[in-house]
Design a protein around this ligand. Structure first.
Ligand SMILES: *Cc1c(COP(=O)(O)O)cnc(C)c1O
Length: 458
C-alpha cells in the first residue's frame, strides 16, 4: 500500500494566483510600510495569513447555497442548520450569528459584566476583547508546558486545573458566571485539549455550580487529535468524540469560519433557557431575527453541510497530516518550529530563528517581511508587534516571538506546501543578513493591523 496521504478531493474550480518578482514585492511592501496586512491580497502568491473564512467550500456546499431559503422568519435553512448543530452538540438552544465574535459579544453582554472573572485555557484575542469590553477580567490558565516551544507534549492546549481551582476559591463562585475552554487552544499554537482535561474541568466546575462554555472553533481538529493521542479513543469515531466533548459543556461559541468550512458564519449554543431568551433578545437588536441571525438563509445551509463534512476522517487525517508534514520539512533543516505542530498552522519561533535581533526590533516581523519578499508568502507576526507594550516609555516584550503560517482548509496542495517550506529554509540559511524593524506609526489599539514599520539598518 502506498503510504502518501493525498488530498481527499479533486478540484472542480480553480482560482489563479499571481506570480511577481522580488523587486516588485519589495516595492509594494515598502509602499505598505512593511505591514503585510496593508498589502493587496492579489500581490500575495500563497496566503498563510489566517485559516479563518478562507476555506474552499465543497460542491455540496455550493449546491446548498443555491437551495437556501431566504424567508425572514422560520426559514427551512434554519431548521436544517439547527438540527445539524443539535445532533452534533446535544445543546438545546441554537442561535446563529454572523461570526464567532458576535456570539462572544452576546454571551458576554448577557452573562458577563463589571467585576466578573472569566477563566479560559487561553482567551483568543476577540474573546478577551469582548470579555474586557463588558467589564470582565479575562484570566488565561494554560499548562506550563504550553510556553515551551521546543517541548513535545500531546495536549499542550490543556487548562491548568490546579490554577483554576485556586482562582475559583480566591475569587468566589459568585464572580465567575462561566468558565471557557478553547478547542484547539489557538493562542498557544493550535494545540489540542484532552478529553480528560475537559471532563475534569467539568467535574471541578460542577462542585461550584459554574457552567462550562466551549470556544468550539476547531472542535473537529481537537477531536481528531484526541482520537490519535488519547488512550481509549482510537476505536471511537470523531463524531462520537466531538459529541463527548460537547456533552461536558453547558454552551458553546463557534466561529464557523474555521471548522464549519465556510467563509462567514457562527453560532452561540446554550442549555440555559433563561439565558438563551436574553441572548435572542439581544440578537434581534444586533444581528437579526433568531432564524437567520445576521446571515443569509443560504449561509446556514452551507454551515450545516460544512459541519457534516468536517467530521469526515479522511479529511481530518489529510488536514492534520499536511500541517505536520509542513513542520517536519522545516525541522529537518533545523528551522525552529513550535512542536508538536498543531491543528491549523505552523509556527516559527522567531527568537531562535533570529537570536541576534532583540524583541524590541521585532524578529517575527523581520521573518514575515523576508518570506514575502523572497517568495510572495504571507504569514503573520504573533509576538511583540501584536502583544508587546511600551509601558511608561519602557519596552515590554511579548511572552513568545512567533510567526504563524496558518493553512486555509482544502485550498492548497502538497506542492504549495513544498514550495513554502523550501522558501522558508532559504530565508533561514541567510538569516545573518536580515534586519530588525522599528515602528514609525501606531494606532492606540490593535496596532498590528495598521502600524507602519521601517528596517533598522545596523
Ligand atoms: C477565530 C476565533 C474566534 C473569533 O471568531 P470570528 O469568526 O473571527 O469572529 C474566537 N475564538 C477562537 C479560538 C478563534 O480562533
Amino acid at each position: 500500500m502506498a503510504k502518501t496521504i493525498i488530498e481527499p478531493f479533486k478540484i472542480k474550480s480553480v482560482e489563479p494566483i499571481k506570480f511577481t518578482s522580488p523587486e516588485y514585492r519589495g516595492r509594494v511592501l515598502k509602499e505598505a510600510h512593511y505591514n503585510l496586512f496593508l498589502l493587496k491580497a492579489e500581490d500575495v502568491l500563497i496566503d498563510f495569513l489566517t485559516d479563518s473564512g478562507t476555506a474552499a467550500m465543497s460542491s455540496k456546499q455550493w449546491a446548498a447555497l443555491m437551495d437556501g431559503d431566504e424567508s425572514y422568519a422560520g426559514s427551512r435553512s434554519f431548521f436544517t442548520f439547527e438540527k445539524v448543530v443539535k445532533d452534533l452538540t446535544g445543546l438545546r438552544h441554537i442561535i446563529p450569528t454572523h461570526q464567532g465574535r458576535a456570539a462572544e459579544k452576546i454571551l458576554f453582554t448577557v452573562a458577563g459584566g463589571k467585576g466578573k472573572v472569566i477563566p479560559n485555557n487561553t482567551h483568543f484575542d476577540t474573546t478577551r476583547a469582548n470579555a474586557e469590553f463588558s467589564g470582565c477580567i479575562a484570566v488565561d490558565l494554560p499548562v506550563q508546558v504550553a510556553l515551551e516551544t521546543d517541548a513535545f507534549a500531546d495536549f499542550k492546549g490543556d487548562m491548568d486545573l490546579n490554577r483554576l481551582e485556586d482562582l475559583v476559591k480566591r475569587t468566589g463562585r459568585e464572580k465567575i458566571p462561566f468558565c471557557m475552554i478553547t478547542v484547539t487552544n489557538n493562542s498557544v499554537g493550535g494545540q489540542p485539549v484532552s478529553m480528560k482535561n475537559i471532563r475534569e474541568a467539568k467535574l471541578l466546575l460542577d462542585k461550584f455550580d459554574i457552567p462550562l462554555i466551549l470556544d468550539a472553533c476547531r472542535f473537529a481538529e481537537n477531536a481528531f487529535f484526541i482520537k490519535l493521542r488519547e488512550p481509549g479513543y482510537r476505536e471511537k469515531s470523531v463524531r462520537e468524540i466531538a459529541r463527548e466533548m460537547f456533552s461536558y459543556a453547558d454552551g458553546c461559541t463557534m466561529s464557523a469560519k474555521k471548522d464549519a468550512l465556510v467563509n462567514i458564519g457562527g453560532f452561540l449554543a446554550l442549555n440555559d433557557e433563561a439565558l438563551a431568551e436574553k441572548a435572542r433578545s439581544l440578537l434581534i437588536m444586533t444581528e437579526g431575527f433568531p432564524t437567520y441571525g445576521g446571515l443569509a438563509g443560504r449561509d446556514l445551509d452551507a454551515m450545516a453541510q460544512g459541519l457534516v463534512e468536517v467530521l469526515d476522517e479522511d479529511y481530518l487525517k489529510y488536514r492534520i497530516r499536511s500541517i505536520e508534514y509542513f513542520g517536519e520539512k522545516l525541522l529537518k533543516e533545523g528551522v525552529p518550529v513550535l512542536v508538536p505542530t498543531g491543528g491549523h498552522a505552523v509556527f516559527l519561533d522567531a527568537r531562535r530563528f533570529l537570536p541576534n535581533i532583540p524583541s524590541s526590533s521585532y524578529p517575527g516581523q523581520s521573518i514575515a517581511v523576508e518570506l514575502y519578499i523572497e517568495g510572495g508568502i504571507r504569514s503573520v507576526e504573533i509576538g511583540s508587534v501584536m502583544f508587546g507594550k511600551e509601558a511608561g516609555g519602557e519596552f515590554q516584550a511579548a511572552q513568545l516571538e512567533l510567526v504563524r503560517l496558518a493553512v486555509p482548509r482544502r485550498v492548497y496542495t502538497q506542492s504549495h506546501i513544498d514550495f513554502a517550506a523550501e522558501l522558508i529554509i532559504e530565508v533561514f540559511k541567510r538569516r545573518e543578513n536580515i534586519p530588525g524593524y522599528k515602528i514609525t506609526y501606531e494606532p492606540p489599539y490593535l496596532r498590528h493591523f495598521t502600524a507602519h514599520f521601517e528596517p533598522v539598518l545596523s
